[in-house]
Write a protein that binds this ligand. Structure first.
Ligand SMILES: Cc1cc2nc3c(=O)[nH]c(=O)nc-3n(C[C@H](O)[C@H](O)[C@H](O)COP(=O)(O)OP(=O)(O)OC[C@H]3O[C@@H](n4cnc5c(N)ncnc54)[C@H](O)[C@@H]3O)c2cc1C
Length: 419
């Protein structure tokens, strides 16, 4: 392992999907940088493990053979060809998805334990850039102002304290980001936050033969859902998540809600009859992108969960973290070239991210709000489930963002209801 640098152009804190992607795109441009992570890989991260088409799209931009590599690792990456939504009244809407990567038809996404996916991503980082078992403990930004400014970051590396001086600091430490809290003044807001529990199971029956992921919108946990995502080797990622302000307001015990659902809802009870948990239910938070937080400031950027970029409806955050990582690397490239690091200039990164993801996050917010009206949600799902043409339209929305924009328009739902 190479020794930690005293100085670097760009210090990336966190080597999850956000940090790894930022590093890989910086590397492509030949930009000197350093990545630290408090963990050593492979490591688990509590997650649903679903990798959307967005993940494949970013990987293909980096190198199309990465997607082929994933396809070949069948024990780690299960291809997924669709999604099933289950409305509060039990009506199911199954939508098949296909996608094209580098003109080749592939699965729409994969389901892969984060233990495997994150290790896969980290294995692509140039080894001399990466320092694992290295935890950022403090940031001193007294010298952060102006084009000659820098941040001083204290890290604990295998029990020893070091200081790294960085021109740009990239906060990729996930939902408990110190960079976000200390430099961007991020404060958790329950209205834009979700709490979730996850467990691995074996022996669940009745899943779709094409490995569809399932979102069950149960009336007791709206806005939120219970999920069942199949994995390779007969395992399943199962969990439950709900908007934090509603958990607090209605005093919901998520673990009890999960156990009640698989015990009392007839369809779930039957499917869990011979199921065995492989792990306990474990919790983690999701900072939702239903509100725009600042993603940058003097000499720093936030990427992924550190910038609250998770889709408020689906809970998808990996693809968004990777897209933001792509934009961060590109923007840092031109910032270094121009010697610009002041807050006003770096705001251009926020604009790029929100131009790319802002529309989708807004759609997610609209759909999350729709689940506040269970009867309307039941009606919309029911009508859509019985309409082949509409299912085809929703399926093509996966690839076509201009079509997806229809989801923001109330007339789209009125059309469904009165068709
Ligand atoms: C229960 C649950 C289910 C989810 N399901 C899905 C899903 O199915 N699909 C999906 O797309 N998204 C899902 N998400 C969201 C997804 O997990 C996140 O959006 C994603 O992990 C964000 O990636 P990231 O790189 O920003 O952060 P993380 O993946 O959290 O990575 C942060 C990294 O930073 C490191 N770190 C933290 N602090 C420090 C420090 N002080 N010093 C050094 N290193 C540090 C950590 O060790 C970690 O490796 C889910 C989230 C939860 C909680």
């Amino acid at each position: 392992m190479s020794s930690l640098p005293i100085e670097t152009n760009v210090l990336i804190v966190g080597a999850g999907p956000a940090g790894a992607t930022t590093s890989l795109f910086l590397e492509r441009e030949g930009i000197e940088h350093c990545v630290i992570d408090q963990s050593t890989f492979p490591r688990d991260k509590i997650c649903g493990d679903a990798l959307s088409g967005k993940v494949l799209d970013v990987l293909a931009r980096l190198d199309p053979t990465l997607v082929e590599e994933m396809e070949a690792k069948v024990q780690e990456f299960l291809p997924c060809y669709g999604i099933t939504f289950v409305a509060p009244n039990g009506t199911e809407l199954s939508i098949p998805f296909r996608t094209k990567i580098a003109n080749r038809q592939t699965a729409a996404g994969f389901i892969s334990p984060r233990l495997d996916f994150d290790a896969f991503m980290v294995s692509k980082i140039r080894p001399e850039r990466l320092h694992t078992g290295c935890r950022m403990v403090a940031i001193r930004s007294t010298n952060a102002q102006g084009s000659q400014g820098y941040h001083e970051v204290d890290v604990d590396h295998q029990g020893k304290c070091h200081t790294i001086r960085a021109r740009y600091l990239v906060g990729c430490e996930g939902e408990r980001s110190l960079v976000a809290k200390q430099l961007a003044g991020y404060v958790k807001q329950k209205e834009h936050y979700c709490a979730a529990l996850r467990a691995y199971y074996t022996g669940i029956t009745g899943c779709h033969p094409d490995n569809y992921i399932e979102l069950h919108f149960l009336k007791d946990i709206l806005p939120g859902y219970l999920w069942i995502f199949p994995l390779s080797n007969g395992r399943f990622n199962v969990g439950i998540g709900m908007a934090s302000h509603q958990i607090a307001r209605r005093k919901v015990n998520l673990k009890a809600a999960f156990e009640k659902a698989i015990r009392e809802i007839p369809t779930l009870r039957e499917r869990f009859l011979h199921a065995e948990p492989l792990t306990p239910l474990q919790g983690w938070g999701l900072p939702l992108g239903s509100k725009r937080f600042p993603l940058s400031g003097e000499g720093f950027l936030l990427v992924g969960d550190a910038g609250a970029l998770i889709d408020p409806f689906t809970g998808e955050g990996i693809g968004n973290a990777m897209k933001a990582g792509y934009h961060a690397a590109n923007y840092l490239g031109s910032s270094l070239l121009k010697g610009r690091r002041e807050a006003e200039w770096l705001r251009g990164y926020d604009q790029l991210v929100y131009q790319d993801l802002g529309g989708e996050l807004q759609i997610g917010k609209t759909l999350q709000q729709l689940t506040n009206y269970p009867r309307l949600f039941n009606l919309v799902v029911g009508k859509a489930a019985g309409n082949t043409e509409l299912k085809g339209l929703i399926s093509s929305m996966f690839d076509d963002i201009s079509l997806r924009n229809k989801l923001r328009n109330p007339f789209f739902y009125l059309r469904i209801l009165f068709n």
